[in-house]
Design a protein around this ligand. Sequence first.
Ligand code: KIV
Ligand code: ZN
Length: 390
Amino acid sequence: MSKDKVQIFDTTLRDGEQVPGCKLDTTQKLVIAERLELLGVDVIEAGFPISSPGDFKSVAEIAKLIKNVTVCGLTRAVKKDIEVAAEALKYAKRPRIHTGIGTSESHIKFKFNSNKDAIIERAIEAVSYAKTFVEDVEFYAEDAGRTDNEFLARVCEAVIKAGATVLNIPDTTGYCLPEEYGAKIKYLRENVTGIDKAILSCHCHNDLGLATANSIAGVVNGARQIECTINGIGERAGNTALEEVVMILRQHPTLGLDTNINSKLLNDTSRMVSQKMGMIVQPNKAIVGANAFAHSSGIHQDGVIKNRETYEIIDPSDVGVNESSIVLTARSGRAALAYRAKIVGYELTKVQLDVVYQEFLKFADLKKEILDEDIHKIIELSGVEIENIA
Ligand code: KIV
Ligand code: ZN
């Protein structure tokens, strides 16, 4: 079965960079942009050109450098923003302007002190104006997650008529449940005239830890673009994590969806972004965390040593991790100790293993983790006489 392609719109350099303390300079952004191109993303959101001269410069330099991927700049539904974005993108081989406005009751009332009809007018004006500079215009309905579906459909229909090529449906506040977000996408597919002329895009924030689940619900219901960041970084609790959605689609072929991402570069890209932004990846982070392929409990270790698939659903090499690791702790069993002892040069017999294991447990109760160098000491203290053949 040929799979439907889901476009990956990476916003590490725009929404991701909004994390306090993670600001990047133009040189760092260029290095990351090149890596994203190599990784196989379809769109790089390079920044918000009107926000500062530095961001303008970064978008302009990325637009000059990147040749095989669409380069996108964010704007508000404001003429000056659109002009500045168009200027920053003028050397891009495939430029996209991403413009939009808040559509929820709360944004219309408190942010704009406006009304629904006036918001639709501004949306149309922004898209039409952006179209005078570039062919590819993406429209975002900010806070679409809390926007009533009927009004959202009216907005979408109007901006498609004005020429929008992509409709971004952001769950800006991370409020939606997966079923609700999926139903929103389905509703738009079924109720917006002209919807086939545009790609629906998921842009989900992680305030309730549901960004990834919501994005998957979106594509299952017909969206064909996911907006995401490396390591899920972004405002507050972050954005959808690129590595998670990519691997979910790959590990579930029955969904019939895939991306152009070279998953073998995921681990390395995660480290690169983490290091450049000075933002640590939590060890238990799915796919790219330091412990994502580490096994420390005896039962799991015994299973993984016999057959990796007993406790792993992803082959670590598929995401660029050399191998699963067997970590020795006080919860480890004899199988794991024998396994690591062999790696450092000791082929223990069953009887020897029983003796060494008792010494290992005393050690392990005092230390969080037993390292390879500790194994030599443990064997020496156990009194077992064995030659190291490493
Ligand atoms: O979360 C959001 O709504 C956004 C838009 C500006 C696209 O980041
Ligand atoms: Zn966002």
